[in-house]
Design a protein around this ligand. Structure first.
Ligand SMILES: *[C@@H]1O[C@H](CO)[C@@H](O)[C@H](O)[C@H]1NC(C)=O
Ligand SMILES: *[C@@H]1O[C@H](CO)[C@@H](O)[C@H](O)[C@H]1NC(C)=O
Ligand SMILES: *[C@@H]1O[C@H](CO)[C@@H](O)[C@H](O)[C@H]1NC(C)=O
Ligand SMILES: *[C@@H]1O[C@H](CO)[C@@H](O)[C@H](O)[C@H]1NC(C)=O
Ligand SMILES: *[C@@H]1O[C@H](CO)[C@@H](O)[C@H](O)[C@H]1NC(C)=O
Length: 293
């Protein structure tokens, strides 16, 4: 309030402030009359109610477009990710045949992972579907066909890698089993009726020394994912879905050597990606080292 260097006494300044706060002559409170204040408050009230209304309306319209059963927008991966079990830290399976402690955790991990695949569990939860054909359960327009059944994937289909006859999955003999699973992608129908999708594994491209792994066995035979496990309709629609698995048994690997292995999915519809965008799309790499001394 002190302009142009004008000096005012402390009392004057206080007086001016007091008057600004409440002016008894004009009946102004902080420079405005009661009706002026009333209009301002009314304006802001209406303004904020309007904003809140806009927010609620937008939210409501957005939620109307959502479907509980499938994502409205899906960054549809042409090639789903793949993962191995057991997966040690950093996708490594390294152990010493003679050191039970070093492979026991892999066996335990497989036991736990495969428990829901026990035949009895599968028979209880899932359907014995016709094989080699997609298991289609579309909704009839707005009428939901939910919940949808899922097909049985019996543990015994993994034969040597099922843990049935060999409770150590070959680890104690230096012939370990590794399970490959395909990540769930809603609506994906890989392969074709002529050629179901199948898994193949080998040493990584850079190394190309296939003598390091010699022979592999795949279970189910040919490393195929049966078509009956596709398409997947989502967690809410297909409550009991069991992801299909392929087991790879390394029958005769070179010991005491790091081997970098890559497994990939082969399927007409799934073009093997060259992009680095997703290293796990359609393939998975891991290190295998079995020591034997
Ligand atoms: C699955 O079967 C194995 C034997 O084959 C058994 O030890 C295990 O307890 C079963 N798990 C479940 C969850 O039924
Ligand atoms: C799974 O196992 C159960 C019980 O042993 C059997 O009835 C069923 O046919 C099997 N399903 C498949 C798909 O092999
Ligand atoms: C899922 O499994 C439970 C039993 O564990 C069964 O009662 C139910 O019918 C199954 N649901 C579907 C859709 O298959
Ligand atoms: C495995 O592949 C071979 C050759 O492609 C084929 O003849 C055989 O029928 C396949 N086996 C199964 C069980 O799909
Ligand atoms: C394992 O591979 C080696 C070559 O690295 C070969 O000489 C041997 O016969 C193979 N063993 C079996 C059981 O296939």
């Amino acid at each position: 309030m002190a302009k142009d260097g004008q000096k005012k006494t402390c009392g004057q300044v206080m007086g001016e402030w007091k008057e600004f706060f409440w002016n008894p002559r004009t009946h102004e409170f902080m420079g405005r009359t009661a009706s002026s204040w009333g209009l301002i408050l009314l304006f802001y009230l209406v303004f904020y109610i309007f904003l809140a209304g806009m927010f609620v309306l937008t939210m409501y319209v957005m939620l109307l477009t959502l479907d509980d059963y499938k994502p409205t927008y899906q960054d549809r991966l042409a090639t789903p990710g793949m993962m191995i079990r057991p997966k040690g830290k950093a996708l490594e399976i390294t152990y010493n045949i003679h050191d039970t402690e070093s492979w026991d955790m892999y066996v335990k991990a497989l036991d736990a992972f495969l428990a829901p695949y026990n035949n009895s569990e599968q028979a209880m939860n899932n359907k014995d579907c016709p094989q080699d054909t997609y298991f289609i359960q579309e909704d009839a327009g707005e009428i939901r066909n939910n919940p949808k059944r899922s097909c049985q994937f019996n543990r015994t289909a993994l034969k040597e890698c099922s843990g049935e006859n060999d409770p150590y999955y070959g680890y104690q003999a230096g012939q370990p089993c590794v399970l490959i699973k395909l990540n769930r992608v809603i609506g994906l129908m890989p392969g074709s009726l002529e050629q179901p999708p199948y898994v193949s594994c080998g040493v990584k491209k850079e190394e190309k020394d296939s003598s390091l792994i010699n022979s592999l066995s795949y279970y189910p035979s040919n490393g195929t994912f049966n078509l009956m496990y596709f398409p997947y309709y989502g967690k809410l629609a297909q409550v009991n879905y069991s992801q299909p698995l392929v087991a790879v048994k390394f029958q005769n690997v070179t010991f005491n050597t790091d081997i970098n292995i890559e497994c990939k999915i082969n399927s007409g519809a799934l073009v093997s990606p060259t992009s680095e965008r997703d290293k796990f799309a359609g393939r998975v790499s891991f290190k295998l080292r079995i020591d034997n001394d």
